[in-house]
Structures are given as C-alpha cells and as structure tokens.
Design a protein around this ligand. Structure first.
Ligand code: C5J
Length: 235
C-alpha cells in the first residue's frame, strides 16, 4: 500500500458491514479471459450469451484502477491447461461431448490452453508489472496453485473477489478461501454469469445464514469505504 489509507475500514455489505484493512486485502480477479468473455470464445461455443458478462468489465476496470492507485495487492487468475493437457483431468476433457472442447483448435486458438489468444486476459483488465497472474487448472483459485502460500506470505487476510462466472469459478474460489480462514467480499456488479438467475442466487448464497461464505456489496460501496481516489474512480 502507498499510505493513502490509514488502517481498517468498515464496508457496508450484506449480511452486515465487513471490517477490512486495505493493506491486508487482495483484489482477486477471476478468469476475465477472452475465452469466457468474447464472441467466438469457448463460453460462446458452449451456447452461452456472452453479453451477460460484458457488464462486469467497466465496474471492474474502475475497481482495478483504484486498487492500482492505492497500491493494493492485485491477483489475476486464468483457467486453462498446459499445451500437452497433462494437467487436465480426462473427465474435464470429455465433459459435454463437445465437437470443439478444451485443447481443440477454435477461433481464438486452442481452447483454454495456456499461451493461446483465447486463454489470455481481456485488454481492458490486462495485468501490469507487479500483479500476479495465477494459472489454475480447476475452477477454484486455490486448487493446485500457490495462491494460499502467496496470500499468507503477503499477510493478506481478506479477498475482494471479482470476475467470472459467479456460480462457478467465483463461487468455488470463495468457498475455498472461506474454508482457509480468509474473509471474502464479492463485488456484486464485478462478477457475472451467463445465467442471470444463477448470478442472483449465487450472490444470495454467499451472504445467507449470517454470511456463510462471506459478504457481498456493490463496488461503489467498497470504493467509497476504502477512500478510493476520485481520479481513479472517474477514470
Ligand atoms: C467456467 C469459470 N465457467 N471461470 N469457468 O468454466 O467460471
């Protein structure tokens, strides 16, 4: 952190305000990859309407700009596999009986394969130097990655979770983080699903029962609470 904040703040959230210290908080951006967000990517090839995810890009870009301006820890994840697919369970490769599935050549290169165009992060949210980019073979960001090690070594206690999709990789990551003792705050307008009803229920599931998996809040409430610089919010 660059010293623009002064210790713990209270963020209005469901089911009740969350106290977090921005210096011990990481912005985690899940799988904002071309394969999930862009026309011609894997998500669309699965028959999904990618426009449902597009609305997350602008608010997430604002949160990312604020986090950068404040020197907050930023971690990007990408779901995908080695070119030889040795890290992809055969069950995952077979799922769906797809004519063009993981590892197959598609309009954006081999589907969900590291190094291919579709696997990489969209231009609007592209990582900059100093931001970790975590390649994950599963849905959760903790599974078969060094995320927990990085967070513990960095003194991080709270995750601000964003990205796609709400009920799949976002939810899995929140559940994994919650079980490991991290406080998870999901920014409602910065996560999205191909299925609006899954998005709505997914958010409610996180905050239900006294915050059984964590907290949810709109990004504006988070940015106001941490005192995000006006120029970052306006940019
Ligand atoms: C999916 C993800 N939906 N990032 N991945 O396969 O949610």
């Amino acid at each position: 952190m660059d010293g623009t904040t002064t210790g713990p703040v209270d963020v209005p959230a469901a089911p009740y305000p969350l106290t977090l210290d921005p210096a011990r908080t990481a912005l985690v951006i899940i799988d904002m990859q071309r394969d999930f967000l862009e026309p011609g990517g894997f998500g669309e090839m699965l028959g999904n309407d990618v426009s449902h995810l597009a609305r997350t890009v602008e608010p997430l870009a604002t949160v990312l700009a604020a986090a950068r301006a404040m020197g907050m820890t930023v971690i990007h994840t990408r779901e995908g596999h080695r070119p030889d697919l040795t890290d992809a369970p055969p069950t995952k490769l077979a799922r769906g009986n797809l004519s063009c599935g993981i590892g197959d050549p598609g309009p954006k290169g081999r589907v969900l394969v590291r190094g291919e165009e579709g696997h990489d992060i969209i231009d609007e949210l592209y990582p900059v130097a100093g931001e970790a980019v975590l390649d994950k073979p599963g849905k959760g960001a903790f599974y078969a990655t060094d995320l927990e090690l990085m967070l513990r070594n960095g003194g991080i206690t709270t995750l601000v979770v964003t990205g796609v999709t709400t009920e799949v990789c976002v939810h899995t990551t929140v559940r994994e983080g919650n079980d490991r003792g991290f406080e998870c705050l999901v920014l409602e307008d910065c996560v999205g699903s191909y299925f609006p009803e899954f998005h709505e229920v997914g958010l409610r599931m996180i905050a239900a029962q006294g915050g059984i998996f964590g907290w949810t809040t709109p990004s504006a409430a988070f940015l106001a609470a941490i005192g995000a610089p006006a120029e970052a919010v306006a940019s």
